[in-house]
Design a protein around this ligand. Structure first.
Ligand SMILES: C[S@@+](CC[C@H](N)C(=O)[O-])C[C@H]1O[C@@H](n2cnc3c(N)ncnc32)[C@H](O)[C@@H]1O
Length: 251
């Protein structure tokens, strides 16, 4: 497996290694309907099963989505980017069976350098629960930079939190997320211990009453407009539950 060990950007990312470690202990509980989300993302990738093409994932985390895509498309090459060494160590382990079909590299989401170095041709850019760390302006820049580098028919596919349209919608998202975390905790642990960890970590963004400096979900209608302005001919939402949304654009 190829690995780029270049040093992370000097700017400290808001996401800390402790967040990575915590996330890896509870991701199956804190992410609603994760398997369903991964199946949807794989189905949206614009490629035939046996095609040879490049996929890039921004913030690959523990590598669950990467593994699903590598299995679904046995000839794709996967560039898994993540700013966290804890996550890259997990990726090295999880993705080892795929050998040189995978490259793991460090990146800083906001930086321009990795965008300029993206593989070409590029069929698909994926990301799950990462792009909400960018501001509204940062997302618009990202959409423009990715659109420029995708091949015709290529896609930017995002699974992420979006800003609720009103306080009523926020409360609905918060309740849906709590209920799903309870269900998933029962399924995985057989009790509510993992749900309690989710509560203790104050992970439910839609319950936060104070400004959160790390998370900047943007309204979905705005993001679809930014995707169209960036040059995506199709920009749409494909799935949504508890504020977790699968959306994106096709060139
Ligand atoms: C909530 S986790 C999601 C991980 C994975 N995509 C998933 O869905 O399970 C956020 C991921 O983005 C990475 N990340 C967050 N902010 C970043 C930044 N500014 N630059 C690079 N990576 C970042 C973290 O290291 C982490 O792996």
């Amino acid at each position: 497996m190829a690995e780029d060990t270049s040093a992370p950007n000097a700017e400290t990312p808001h996401w800390q290694e402790a967040d990575s470690a915590l996330f890896l202990t509870m991701d199956d509980v804190v992410v609603p309907m994760r398997k369903q989300q991964i199946v949807a993302l794989c189905a949206l990738i614009p490629a035939q099963r046996d095609e040879t093409f490049n996929v890039v994932e921004l913030g690959s985390g523990g590598g669950l989505l990467a593994r699903a895509v590598l299995d679904a498309f046995p000839n794709c090459h996967y560039l898994a980017l993540d700013g966290s060494e804890v996550m890259r160590a997990q990726l090295r382990e999880t993705l080892a069976p795929y050998g040189d079909r995978v490259t793991i590299a460090s990146f800083e989401l906001e930086d321009a350098a990795w965008r300029e170095a993206l593989p070409s041709p590029l069929r698909c850019v994926l990301s799950s629960l990462v792009v909400h760390h960018l501001t509204h302006e940062g997302k618009q820049r990202l959409f423009g930079d990715v659109a420029q580098r995708l091949e015709q028919g290529g896609a930017l596919l995002l699974a992420d939190l979006v800003a609720p349209a009103s306080d009523r919608v926020r409360l609905l998202f918060a309740d849906q997320w709590n209920a799903m975390a309870q269900t998933q905790s029962q399924e995985i642990a057989g009790d509510l211990s993992l749900y309690q960890a989710f509560r203790d970590a104050e992970w439910n963004y839609y319950e936060l009453t104070e400004e959160d400096s790390m998370d900047h979900p943007s309204p979905l209608p705005d993001q679809l407009q930014w995707l169209r302005a960036a040059g995506f001919s199709i920009a749409d939402c494909f799935w949504l539950f508890a504020g977790h949304t699968i959306y994106g654009g096709y060139r």
